[in-house]
Design a protein around this ligand. Structure first.
Ligand code: GCO
Length: 447
């Protein structure tokens, strides 16, 4: 089973999760520095202060990508490393780091794919209200233009935001991610400002880099009803409306889905004159992140969606307790293509956390290899069904800081021994290298 010529094979990371050097060379603090330094917020008291020390070890990590025959690398830019106060003076050393990283990638013929916002907002902007302040949508475009001026001649794909849903849900409703708030009203207003920021950044990137290919990355989990009961069918529809359509449609259609807007009732965001028009900023591709599916039942006590997830007992789960359901990928990709037309799609994240052990200098992570193989088969099936899928980025290149779980969850194709920062390519990494080399799975090798 093969993938089309020109299909991009890559891995994905994010600045706060791998770089470390949290306060080096002029970098300003981000909300994740503040959050992880707050006792009780992160498992085991872990922080991103050092992480995978990628800020110093990036050449070694790019060499590993080359060893894995990867043609692309998705990484994010730390906004406060470039603009310590989020606006105003640029930190030359911060921009220079990304300039050197991009040069190293190009030297190894690896296409740089840049995410501009992967949740690490400058603390200085948070002190002014953060994304709850609509001015942040303006400063985001300002940041985008500065980065694009420096890197635009070599970056292949620009992703404005990573997973606005996850940022809003975890950071403003559940309060388990930075900035650690629990206010649904503010959460929905933040989602609107993120959409404005995305659209402003799309315009800024197009004005700065002629021919820029610009998109956004969303979580896109297919939602299934827990039963055929009317109440569960409606619950699944409400959940799909909030989790998927509310966040996708401003960037795909330029407006909010009316059905979801009506469901939000008093939680609906306040728009200002001109906002609807400002949201319309056509994109060149859709970045799709998914790992599993959602199975939802009616649950009136849950605010806004009035739905709750039903754990699929008896089915395999990863170390994140996410059900392994490979078909979700085919269902998600074909639905996107069916409902939103021929826009190019990149899988910008897919992968699995499992408990890994080093044995004689190797990591035999067969479960992760099986997960990847099964999901790649579904991706190939989607292409065969006509989905314009243009690339697959495995989450993640390295084991890294998994947000509130700290370093307790390992997603990497490459094992990181944190005390020594030693990297060990896992068996799944060798498998992925084979897939990238052969543009697909070799003849079905029985596991
Ligand atoms: C996300 C983020 C990543 C996570 C990964 C595993 O999708 O939540 O983009 O930063 O680490 O998805 O949870």
């Amino acid at each position: 089973m093969r993938f089309p010529e020109g299909f991009l094979w890559g891995t994905a990371t994010s600045a706060y999760q791998i770089e470390g050097a949290w306060n080096e060379d002029g970098k300003g603090p981000s909300i994740w520095d503040t959050f992880s330094h707050t006792p009780g917020r992160i498992l085991n008291g872990d922080t991103g202060d050092i992480a995978c020390d990628h800020y110093h070890r990036y050449r070694e990590d790019v060499a590993i990508m080359k060893r894995l025959h990867l043609g692309a690398y998705r990484f994010s830019i730390s906004w406060p490393r470039v603009l310590p106060a989020g606006k105003g003076a640029v930190n030359p050393a911060g921009l220079d780091f990304y300039d050197r990283l991009v040069d190293e990638l190009c030297r190894q013929s690896i296409l740089p794919v840049v995410t501009l916002f992967h949740w690490d907002l400058p603390q200085a902007l948070e002190d002014d209200g953060g994304w709850a302040n609509r001015e942040t949508a303006k400063w985001f475009a300002h940041f985008a233009a500065i980065v694009a001026r420096k890197l635009g001649d070599r970056v292949g794909l620009w992703i404005t935001l990573n997973e606005p849903l996850a940022f809003v849900l975890a950071g403003y409703i559940f309060g388990i991610h930075a900035p650690g708030k629990q206010d649904p009203q503010v959460a929905l207003q933040v989602s609107h400002h993120l959409n404005l920021g995305h659209a402003n950044a799309v315009r800024a990137l197009r004005e700065t880099v002629r021919g820029a290919r610009v998109g956004i990355t969303h979580v896109s989990m297919p939602v299934y009803p827990a039963s055929e009961r009317e109440a569960d069918l409606l619950a699944a529809r409400r959940a799909d409306g909030f989790v998927n359509r509310w966040f996708w449609e401003p960037s795909l259609t330029g407006r909010y889905p009316q059905e979801v807007w009506d469901e939000l009732g008093p939680f609906a965001p306040r728009l200002e004159a001109g906002d609807e028009e400002a949201l319309a900023a056509p994109i060149d591709f859709f970045g799709h992140n998914s790992y599993t599916r959602m199975v939802m039942r009616d649950e009136p006590s849950i605010p806004i969606v009035r739905a709750a997830q039903v754990r699929q007992e008896g089915r395999p789960h990863t170390d994140m307790d996410w059900e392994v359901y490979p078909q979700h990928l085919f269902d998600a990709l074909t639905r996107l293509h069916r409902d939103y037309g021929p826009i190019d799609i990149y899988i910008t994240e897919n992968g699995a956390a499992y408990r890994d052990e080093v044995q004689d200098g190797r990591v035999h992570d067969e479960q992760r290899r099986l997960y990847l193989e099964a999901h790649l088969r579904e991706a190939a099936r989607a292409i065969a069904a006509g989905v314009p899928l243009r690339g697959y980025f495995c989450w993640s290149l390295l084991d890294n800081f998994e947000w509130n779980f700290g370093y307790s969850k390992r997603f990497g194709l490459v094992y990181v021994d944190y005390p020594t920062q030693t990297r060990i390519i896992k068996d799944s990494g060798l498998f992925f290298a084979e897939v990238a080399t052969n543009h697909g799975l070799l003849a079905d090798k029985q596991p």
